[in-house]
Design a protein around this ligand. Structure first.
Ligand code: SAM
Length: 313
């Protein structure tokens, strides 16, 4: 039956033309639809690309110096970025890196920057709030010793001397006298409170360190940062410098502030996202205090874990 219909159809010449025209039209319409579809999908991917590009990716805040050793940047920093140090300091660094909580150690870039600023500020009295294995404490002692011989004082505050016990002999190797390091082993809050009052000394006289300290490094329990800041500003002399570590906490502080505590996701320490999100509150409170404090000028540096450098006016 189909064959009969086709035979009838091809008997008439006009029907050939009709078929030809129909096929041509079909082809032209099909091609047109296809290229329109391609145009639409191109437009969509271009739109997506533009959208992607307009959302900036967060810059990385992490201890760059301790990251991938094979990158050219880290190699170059190690070769040309830092001044030469006493071998005892490297020994503390190497010993500390065998500990499971070695991430607490101050980064060499931050420690050297603090030593350079201590040099410019002619620091003779330094307070370390949070000692751990004493890496930065030794760096600051060495810097003061190089200018002042044995006429300087480092006050070291920590709740424990445990980690320091592992590395203390490197202080002796670096010829740091015991009398130059005053280790006060109790909560730093208590020590700072005592230093900010007239404390009676066991062998007579009083100690009141308000307005006498040249440099202070805050690097202990994060919840107490806002209170440490208040005491530190009382303790510093005019022109003295305060360094606040972890001022950005691997990016937790900015994510906490702009996105909320439950949205903190850290690229370099994902397992610490929750814990650092909790600390972010106190660190931000400190950063905000500093920003609104007319007694100081500051610069928050995105190095190490974020280092807030604060000068008392
Ligand atoms: C990040 S580590 C200090 C690192 C050190 N500044 C360095 O240069 O490597 C923190 C230290 O704070 C101490 N710490 C924690 N809570 C404290 C508190 N309430 N008072 C004093 N020290 C505390 C810990 O025992 C630890 O040794």
């Amino acid at each position: 039956m189909l064959i009969d219909i086709l035979q009838d159809f091809f008997k008439t010449q006009n029907n050939y033309y009709t078929l030809g025209v129909g096929l041509c039209l079909g082809y032209v319409i099909g091609a047109g639809v296809e290229s329109y579809k391609r145009y639409l999908s191109l437009k969509k991917s271009e739109k997506e690309r533009l959208e992607r590009e307009s959302v900036p990716e967060e810059p990385d805040i992490f201890k760059l110096y301790d990251s991938d050793q094979s990158t050219l940047l880290v190699r170059y920093l190690k070769e040309f970025g830092l001044f030469k140090v006493d071998p005892a300091l490297d020994k503390i660094k190497n010993r500390t890196s065998t500990l499971s909580d070695s991430g607490m150690m101050a980064g060499p870039i931050c420690a050297q920057l603090m030593a350079l600023i201590g040099h410019v500020a002619n620091s003779k009295k330094h307070i370390e709030v949070g000692v751990y294995t004493g890496y930065n404490l030794l760096q600051q002692c060495l810097e003061m010793k190089s200018r002042l011989g044995d006429e300087y004082l480092a006050i070291a505050l920590d709740v424990t001397q445990g980690p320091f016990f592992l590395t203390r002999h490197h202080f002796a190797e670096a010829k740091i006298n015991k009398k130059n390091v005053d280790f006060r082993c109790q909560p730093a809050f208590d020590s700072m409170k005592e230093m900010c009052s007239e404390k009676e000394l066991p062998f007579g006289g009083f100690e009141d360190l308000r307005g006498t300290i040249d440099t202070i490094f805050i690097d202990a329990d994060k919840e107490s940062y806002p209170m440490y800041y208040d005491y530190a500003i009382e303790l510093l002399r005019k022109g003295g410098v305060l360094f606040v570590d972890n001022a950005l906490m691997y990016g937790a502080v900015t994510q906490w502030y702009y996105n909320g505590e439950d949205k903190v996701k850290l690229k370099h320490r994902p397992e610490k996202s929750k814990a650092f999100a909790k600390y972010a509150k106190y660190i931000h409170e400190t950063n905000e205090k500093i920003k609104n404090d007319p007694r100081v000028k500051n610069c928050l540096l995105p190095i190490g874990d974020g280092l807030n450098v604060v000068v008392k006016l």
